[in-house]
Design a binder for this molecule. Structure first.
Ligand code: HEM
Length: 497
C-alpha cells in the first residue's frame, strides 16, 4: 500500500485530471513544454498550496508552490537530498560529480569550486578573459553584419562561455560545436526524459543506443580533461606564465586534482562544473536577447545606460574591437542591464525544475511549515518555470517582461541626485533560480558578470532581427533550458559605433 501524504489529517488535494490508477502519469509523458504549462496551471489554481503528485511505480510525491516551504527545504539540507530518485536517473552522466555528491565528497568539490571562483579570479574573467572572447564574438558578428546572413545567437553565446570555462577552469581550448558538446546536449535531453517516463529503463533497452553512445563520448571527454590537466601540472611552471589569464587558467581542475585522489571522480566533477557554468549562462543570454528583441524599448534603455561609459577612455592595451571599455561594465555599474538579466532568468530559469527526496528514516516523517507530513522517500518537485510566474509572488503582471521590477531609486553618492539601483527584493524561496542554503549556486557572481558585459556590448554594437518573429520559442528536453532550434537572427552594426 502506497503511503498517502496528508496535511491536518487529510489527504492533499490533487491536480485536475488526476486519474484513479495512473495518477498524473500521462501528464508527465507530454512534451516538456506542455508539462511546464501544466505546472503553471497548477500554480495558478492552487496558489501556494502543496498538492499531491502521483505517478505509477514512483514514491509518493508533492508539488511545492509555497516560498516558505522552499526556504525550509533550503535551510534544512540535512532533511532533503537528491536521493535515489534523482541519482538513479543522472548517475551514468554525472556520477559522483558535485551535483550528485553528498558528505565529504561534496565538501571537497565545493571547496575546489570556491577556490576557483574567488573575487580575484572573477576580476581576471571580467578584465581579461571575457573582453578577449567577447571581442572574438564581436569580430565574427561584424563579419556577418550584412543584414542577410543568418547567425544563431545561442551558438555565439555558447562559444563565449565554452571558451571561458575551457580556459579558466581547465586550461583547454573548448568550442561550442565539438562532438563532446553535441553529445552532452543529447545526453542531457535523454536524462531529462527519464524524469518524465516512469518506464525509462525498459524503453531505453530498445531506443537508448544513441543516448548510451552520447554518454560514453561525454565520459571520454571527462577523462581527457583530467589527463590533460595531469600533463599540464608536470610541465608547467607558474613563474614562467606572464599573463594574468595564463596564471589562473586550469585552476579549477588543478584544485580538484589536489583534493580528490580518484581521477574518475575528478572527471565527474569537471563535467558537472562544465555543464553548470557554461550551458546555464549561454542559455540565459539567449532568452535575454529573445525577450529584448520582442521588447525593443528595453534595448533602447540599455543603450541609454551605456552612453556615459563612452566618455571613458579605452585602455591602450586592449586588443579587441570593442568601442566601450568592457571592464567598466559590471553588475553594479550597469543596474539596468543586470535587471534585464534577472527578469530573463525569472521568466526562463536556466534550471527549470528541481527534485528532492525526503530523508526521514523509514517509519518516520518530516513536517513542512505548511503542515504537510512527508513519509520516508517522498519526492518533492518544484517547477521554477511555473513558480516564477506566480501572481502571488510577482503581482498581476507576473507574466510580463518588466525589468523595472528589480530597480529602485536611491540617493546618489553625496550629490543629492537620485540614481537607479538593482534590488532583488525577494527571499530565496520567492526567487529560487540559483537554489539556496548550503548548496546554493556557486557561480552566481560569474553568471552576472558575464551576462552584463555580453548583453551591454552586443546591445550597443548591433541591431538584430529575429528570423522568425511570429514563432513562440520553447525549450526542448534537457536538464537545463536551451532554446529549441537556437535563436537565428540577421545582424547589422548600429550607427553609433
Ligand atoms: C544564470 C546562470 C546560472 C543559474 C540560473 C544557476 C542555477 C543553479 C541552480 C538552480 C543550482 C542548484 C542545482 C541543483 O543542485 O539541483 C546550481 C548549482 C550550482 N551551480 Fe549554478 N547556475 C548558474 C550559473 C553557474 C555558473 C556560471 C557556475 C560556475 C561554474 C555555476 C556553478 C554551480 C555549481 C558548482 C553548483 C552546485 C552547487 C552545490 O551543489 O553545492 N553555476 N546553479
Amino acid at each position: 500500500q502506497r503511503p498517502v501524504i496528508t496535511r491536518n489529517g487529510r489527504p492533499l488535494r490533487k491536480p485536475p485530471g488526476t486519474l484513479l490508477l495512473i495518477g498524473n502519469g500521462f501528464k508527465f509523458l507530454q512534451p516538456r513544454w506542455q508539462l511546464f504549462s501544466w505546472f503553471n496551471k497548477c500554480q495558478q489554481q492552487f496558489g501556494y498550496e502543496t498538492v499531491a503528485l502521483t505517478v505509477p511505480t514512483l514514491p509518493p510525491g508533492v508539488l511545492v508552490h509555497d516560498p516558505k516551504v522552499l526556504n525550509f527545504i533550503f535551510k534544512n539540507e540535512g532533511l532533503f537530498a537528491k536521493g535515489a530518485f534523482v541519482k538513479k536517473r543522472t548517475w551514468d552522466l554525472f556520477g559522483d560529480g558535485i551535483i550528485n555528491a553528498d558528505g565529504d565528497l561534496w565538501k571537497l568539490q565545493r571547496k575546489a569550486g570556491a577556490a576557483f571562483l574567488t573575487p580575484a579570479n572573477l576580476r581576471v574573467l571580467t578584465d581579461v578573459a571575457l573582453p578577449q572572447y567577447l571581442g572574438e564574438a564581436v569580430s565574427e558578428l561584424t563579419a556577418k553584419a550584412d543584414g542577410k546572413t543568418i547567425v544563431d545567437l545561442q551558438h555565439i553565446f555558447h562559444e563565449i562561455t565554452s571558451k571561458i570555462m575551457g580556459k579558466m577552469a581547465y586550461n583547454m581550448e573548448m568550442h561550442a560545436d565539438e562532438d563532446f558538446t553535441k553529445s552532452f546536449d543529447f545526453a542531457s535531453g535523454g536524462i531529462a526524459e527519464r524524469f518524465q517516463n516512469p518506464f525509462w529503463q525498459l524503453t531505453e533497452r530498445f531506443t537508448g543506443s544513441k543516448l548510451r553512445k552520447s554518454i560514453a563520448t561525454v565520459k571520454d571527454y571527462g577523462q581527457h580533461i583530467v589527463s590533460r590537466a595531469v600533463t599540464d601540472r608536470s610541465f608547467s611552471n607558474p613563474d614562467l606564465k606572464s599573463s594574468k589569464l595564463d596564471q589562473i587558467s586550469g585552476s579549477l581542475i588543478q584544485s580538484l586534482l589536489n583534493s580528490i585522489p580518484d581521477h574518475a571522480t575528478v572527471a565527474n566533477a569537471a563535467l558537472t562544473y562544465l555543464s553548470a557554468g557554461r550551458d546555464t549562462t549561454a542559455q540565459a543570454l539567449t532568452w535575454a536577447f529573445y525577450l529584448l528583441l520582442r521588447h525593443p524599448t528595453y534595448l533602447t534603455k540599455i543603450r541609454e545606460e551605456l552612453t556615459h561609459f563612452l566618455a571613458q577612455d579605452l585602455p591602450s592595451d586592449l586588443e579587441n574591437p570593442l568601442p566601450i571599455n568592457p571592464t567598466l561594465l559590471t553588475p553594479s555599474s550597469a543596474p539596468y542591464t543586470l535587471a534585464v538579466f534577472y527578469e530573463t532568468i525569472r521568466l526562463y530559469p536556466p534550471i527549470p525544475f528541481e527534485i528532492r527526496q525526503c530523508k526521514a528514516p523509514p517509519g518516520t516523517t518530516t513536517t513542512l511549515p505548511d503542515g504537510t507530513v512527508l513519509p520516508h522517500g517522498a519526492v518533492l518537485v518544484w517547477c521554477l518555470f511555473a513558480l516564477q510566474r506566480s501572481k502571488l509572488t510577482w503581482g498581476e503582471d507576473a507574466d510580463r517582461f518588466r525589468p523595472e521590477r528589480f530597480l529602485v531609486e536611491v540617493d546618489g553618492p553625496g550629490d543629492g541626485r537620485k540614481r537607479i539601483s538593482f534590488q532583488l527584493g525577494k527571499t530565496t524561496g520567492e526567487f529560487p533560480v540559483f537554489y539556496g542554503g548550503s548548496r546554493t549556486c556557486l557561480g552566481r557572481r560569474m553568471a552576472e558578470a558575464v551576462a552584463v558585459q555580453v548583453i551591454a556590448v552586443l546591445a550597443w554594437l548591433f541591431e538584430f532581427e529575429e528570423v522568425d518573429k511570429s514563432r513562440e520559442r520553447i525549450s526542448g528536453s534537457s536538464l537545463t533550458l536551451p532554446m529549441e532550434g537556437g535563436l537565428p537572427v540577421r545582424v547589422k552594426r548600429c550607427g553609433k559605433s
